[in-house]
Write a protein that binds this ligand. Structure first.
Ligand code: PAF
Length: 279
């Protein structure tokens, strides 16, 4: 595997490649990331991964400084997956001057759910993803459904800018007890780790209620939030939304069997976890 940090060298290395499959990451790779590499392999060749902890998508009080950085271990994992190039730019490589041009998702998608609780987050994500796409020029790029809203925003961006990159969605990779794998799970104490699968459990309970015809979404959301709070969590949201645009479903949508997803974000101790489930 070639490890490349400069944009010019990356372009030289990938010149002429028309079927590149790309997996952008922030490192601290776990099985979830590796499943994205395997899916990428099915959709293209060569597979290119990136590791870059993108300052632009962290708020001032978020965990940019303590975000886990495990470069050597990541390299070994990617080598085993047969990744052709790891693009690992430094901040100077990717942002040699302050990144003044940014991609701002529309407010009705970028400022809801995660965007409401992490202002500027999606602008940081789309800006770096567009820049990474411009460096790698992939035919396909793989994003996990765990970051459901991110996946939708990146997919819409690619479509609206007519980028030649198709966005492939990967199913969420879960531990045996249901917890969605995430680099931030490493912040959990042993006790919190034992409690953490309750988030997915609760999403399943909400989904079951909806499937069995309980369509008062506000009541379901309120009850689910209260349940989490009773267990010591600090929920930001548990929200039932339409799958196609992440807006709340109207009574008519519910009556017409609109496809739904329930999304959640909650803090357990100092760790903020997100998850979702298509209903
Ligand atoms: O999902 C992530 O790890 C990041 O948001 C991404 C897509 C690599 C952009 O920094």
């Amino acid at each position: 595997m070639k490890i490349i940090s400069s944009i010019d060298e990356l372009r030289d290395q990938l010149r002429g490649q028309l079927r590149t499959a790309f997996v952008p990451t922030m490192g601290n790779l776990h099985e979830g990331h590796l499943s994205l590499m395997r899916l990428a392999r099915k959709h293209g060749d060569p597979v290119v991964a990136s590791i870059f902890v993108n300052r632009l998508q962290f708020g001032p009080n978020e965990d940019f400084d303590k975000y886990p950085r495990t470069f050597q271990a990541d390299v070994e994992k990617l080598e085993k997956e047969g990744v052709y190039v790891l693009f690992a730019p430094t901040e100077k490589d990717l942002y040699p001057e302050p990144q003044e041009y940014r991609v701002r998702p529309p407010d009705d998608l970028g400022n809801i759910l995660e965007g409401e609780f992490r202002p500027g987050f999606f602008t940081g994500v789309t800006t770096v993803v567009l820049k990474l796409f411009s460096c790698v020029q992939p035919r396909v790029a793989v994003f996990g459904k765990k970051d459901y809203q991110q996946l939708m925003i990146v997919r819409n961006m690619s479509k609206q800018f007519a980028l030649p990159t198709e966005i492939i969605a990967a199913e969420t990779y879960r531990a045996e007890d249901g917890l969605a794998l995430s680099s931030r799970n490493g912040y959990l104490s042993a006790e919190e780790r034992a409690e953490a699968p309750q988030l997915y459990q609760l999403l399943n309970e909400v989904a079951d209620e909806v499937r069995s015809g309980h369509l008062d979404v506000f009541e379901l959301e309120r009850n689910a939030m209260a349940k989490l709070a009773d267990r010591g969590w600090k929920p930001d949201y548990i929200s039932i939304r339409k799958r196609n645009d992440l807006q709340p479903p109207s009574a008519g949508d519910l009556a017409n069997g609109e496809q739904l997803v329930v999304l959640a974000a909650a803090k357990l101790g100092i760790t903020r976890l997100i998850d979702n489930l298509e209903i």
